[in-house]
Design a protein around this ligand. Sequence first.
Ligand code: DGY
Length: 320
Amino acid sequence: MNASPPRILVARRLTPAATERARRDFDAQIVEHDLDTAEVMDALRQRPVEAILIGPKVRLDAAAVAALPDGLKLIANSSVGYDHMDAEAARARGLIVTNTPDVLTDCTADLAFLLLLGACRRAHEYEAIMRKGWRQGFGMPDMLGVRPSGKTLGIVGMGRIGRAMAERARGFGMRILYHNRSRLPADLEQGAEYFADLHSMLPHCQILSLHLPGGQAGTLMDAAAFAALPKGAVFVNTARGSLVDEDALIEALTHGQLFAAGLDVFRKEPDYDMRFAALPNVFMAPHMASATRETRDAMAMRALDNIAAVAAGRGPIDPV
Ligand code: DGY
């Protein structure tokens, strides 16, 4: 890239501070709405750029990557996950691909823990009762949740977010088990018990929380995996919907294999499977794990940092 401000396409709406920076530091086309893949391709045809800043709405499979114009050098994802694109195909074309790790770790773990607590303690059901008008008291055996404190939590994927989840769970006196590609060193493990095999861990998990990137081959949580959990377990997913067989999850929630689920991600987003909405034992959010002012600002800034670093010839901060 050269000394004049890099020409970029910001294909996703950013926070006000990041938008201002994009205007100030770059020769940027700033969009009014989040572009989809076809709109990005169209914008690139009309105005060639050196870098694009995208979100998960822009799906770049191998064919879309092949269709990207030649002058493009960098695809800066403003998310930690990049399963919406074929990063390998992009790299093979000589494109640099970046993401935004670290900055959303705490917020994602916070929301995962909120979903865990809400699912265990029926937070959404209690809230709905209050909003409808609480007119009748509940007896001792009515509307009971399960106590999260002291439970055994299984974490699948012990990267940054998985470890942040474990940190929160320790404050609740939970026993922590984890499944990961490889065992962590003791200073990162902090007493969590490693299972090389997921299916050996599942029968011990009263609560299970997923913290893996998407784009895995195959479905991790299928009917056999849900059946392997202890009856009445709680399932939490803030990772990716593609990790889960949703028919199997709904079946497990309907027939009592699971007590409840806390879900931030779905196979189809935003038009998710409405059968979830009919289940009282699902506490859910519309993929909002990173949605705090501070974190969304940090994610957008980090994506711009990556563009600036590449433009200055320093190389990407967060190559994937
Ligand atoms: C991420 O950054 O991957 C979050 O899921 C938000 O898209």
